[in-house]
Design a protein around this ligand. Sequence first.
Ligand SMILES: Nc1ncnc2c1ncn2[C@@H]1O[C@H](COP(=O)(O)OP(=O)(O)O)[C@@H](O)[C@H]1O
Ligand SMILES: [Mg+2]
Length: 336
Amino acid sequence: MSATPEILDVGGLSVDYVLPTGDVRAVDDVSFTVDRGEFLGIVGESGCGKSTLLFAVAQLLAPPARIAAGSIRFKGTNLVGLTDTQLSAIRWRDMSVVMQSAMNALNPVMSIGAQFSDALRAHGKPSKQEIAARSAEVLRMVGIDPVHLKSYPHQLSGGMRQRSMIAMAMLFTPDLIIMDEPTSALDVVAQRALMAQIKDLQQAYGFAVIFVTHDMSLISHFSDRLMVMYAGQVDELGSTREIFDRPRHPYTQGLLEAFPSIRGPRVPLKGIPGNPPDLARLPAGCRFRPRCPLAVERCAQVAPDLYQVDAALVRCLRVGDASMSERADEHRSLTQ
Ligand SMILES: Nc1ncnc2c1ncn2[C@@H]1O[C@H](COP(=O)(O)OP(=O)(O)O)[C@@H](O)[C@H]1O
Ligand SMILES: [Mg+2]
């Protein structure tokens, strides 16, 4: 085990989809760390590479996707290049995953209890009593009566199926749980309730969480740090508080304007028309430039690096301009 506070250290990670029409880079040179017990939120519109990044971190990528570069250090071990056998020793026990299609990830012909039991048996030789006790315990953790261990997935509501998946992810009290929009199929009230529950469990058990969503308001109350992805890259990375107080990237500002208040209705991205670019046909210069209300001439020519601004990282050529600083300050009043 490493002595560093990071449980996860992703360095220079790039993932390509190898297609007949050419390689498409869906994750482009992404680096970040997650500390023990930390909650990292990842946001960005659909198609920005969030799921591909999580699949890569969990080493669940399948062709045509492949890791083109970079490292994924989990508790000091680089997962890139490990065999399936080596990975299966880590998966579920140390790191577990709740994916976007969580509701359909349960086996329809097995009871919840049988699926938990299979997962537990895959990592040791627990007794029947141990299996029953742990299975009931994790179901209770997510607010489901253990009588449902006998239930089949179709007998549960959508919300209960998602809760069951989260319970399954906690069978071994892993150090890291990776969640890809696990609440997306729920209504807003149920989403908030499930989020609050995940946060309580995280505080009680101390596991780290990477949580992907396209919902800025959902993440604002729960994550310690926030990573904003655009067109396969990190556009902004910093503490959630800091980013909500002072969003510096025009894309982050646009995302925040789309959620003016945690209670208010969702509105279309104000001032940010259009969609993220096709990754096979990226614009020259800044990838956000075609939609950016603040773009200047050099933005069409120069691809911005990630610049350190105070405690945050921001991928914008104009981030040092005085007018940009004022705009970030304006958002402070807008989001409060
Ligand atoms: N199975 C696939 N085959 C080819 N390209 C894919 C596939 N899945 C995703 N991509 C490419 O990767 C990009 C990012 O997808 P994804 O990681 O699912 O984004 P997000 O989760 O942010 O919506 C897509 O816009 C697309 O270009
Ligand atoms: Mg996705």
